[in-house]
Design a protein around this ligand. Structure first.
Ligand SMILES: Nc1ncnc2c1ncn2[C@@H]1O[C@H](COP(=O)(O)OP(=O)(O)OP(=O)(O)O)[C@@H](O)[C@H]1O
Ligand SMILES: [Mg+2]
Length: 274
């Protein structure tokens, strides 16, 4: 009895200390369109297995930042590193040439857009959309392509009986699952989501979010999630960054930011959604 009260048995687990560097490290990103600054000196670290949400009113620079992180756009200033493959972390991805950027994008970054037209070929079969990603990465055997596409669609909980249907005849929720299957087909470390469930019925949205959450946990994905829907942010994001006019005005743990916002702009955003 006494032994069970000894200091040793009463010892609690020490706090978990993060020892690995972030998977994504973006620093001092500036993106201008003419005289307009869309993203103004934004820095962001995201760890493997972590979801960072980005919120902010329309035009605050959320999608522009995501396009920079997807290497679709080159900012005027900043650096960007991804610890997704040996040696890659030593390279500032923004300094790479077009072809090298494309290679990093294909292998290490997945993206899902609100508008499926941006991510999918609406007249190809759904399986073909996913297979295309694998084809670009070098897979050539038709049977292997089809099997890998089926596997990725199934992981995204897409109804396999419809894998040969083109996205244009599918529901919005199914189209987002095809985008997700395509994004994750090559098992990237980073997933970028720009309003992935906006416009879907609430019940469909909840199902897609469940799938995202499961895949994120199973694959220890780092996710950057843009959404104006604070319910979606609360469901998925561990941390939140609040953007206004290209700046980050506030950032912190999701519950802290949504329950106790400090910046008047965040307070306004949170209260507008209540
Ligand atoms: N290709 C472009 N050419 C010129 N200006 C652009 C371009 N893309 C974005 N902008 C401008 O950059 C700013 C940020 O736009 P962005 O699309 O990143 O905002 P957002 O936060 O994603 O907004 P929303 O919530 O409406 O999607 C806006 O002022 C926008 O007009
Ligand atoms: Mg946007």
């Amino acid at each position: 009895m006494l032994a069970s009260l000894s200091p040793q048995s009463a010892r609690i687990n020490p706090p978990q200390i993060v020892t690995e560097p972030p998977l994504l490290r973006a620093h001092g990103i500036v993106r201008r369109y003419g005289r307009r600054i869309a993203v103004d000196d934004v820095s962001l670290d995201v760890y493997a297995g972590e979801v960072v949400g980005i919120v902010g009113e329309s035009g605050s620079g959320k999608s522009t930042l995501l396009r920079v992180l997807n290497l679709e756009e080159t900012p005027e200033a900043g650096s960007y590193r991804l610890r997704a493959a040996p040696k890659l972390y030593e390279t500032d991805l923004l300094s790479l040439g077009r072809f090298e950027k494309r290679t990093v994008q294909i292998h290490h970054i997945g993206v899902v857009y609100q508008n499926p037209h941006l991510g999918l070929r609406m007249r190809f079969s759904s399986s073909g959309n996913v297979a295309e990603r694998l084809l670009i990465a070098g897979e050539r055997s038709f049977a292997a392509l089809r099997e890998a596409a089926r596997e990725s669609l199934s992981a995204s909980e897409f109804p396999i009986a419809r894998m040969d249907d083109p996205p244009r005849v599918l529901s919005g929720g199914m189209q987002q699952r095809v985008q997700l299957a395509k994004a994750l087909a090559l098992k990237p470390a980073l997933l970028l989501l720009d309003e992935p469930t906006t416009g879907l019925d609430v019940s469909i949205q909840a199902l897609v979010l469940d799938t995202l959450k499961r895949l994120q946990r199973e694959r220890r994905l780092a996710i950057v999630l843009v959404s104006h829907d604070l319910g979606v942010i609360r469901t998925l994001a561990d941390r939140v960054m609040v953007m206004r006019d290209g700046h980050v005005v506030e950032s912190g743990l999701t519950d802290q930011i949504l329950d106790d916002p400090q910046h008047p702009y965040t307070q306004q955003l949170v209260h507008a959604k209540l």
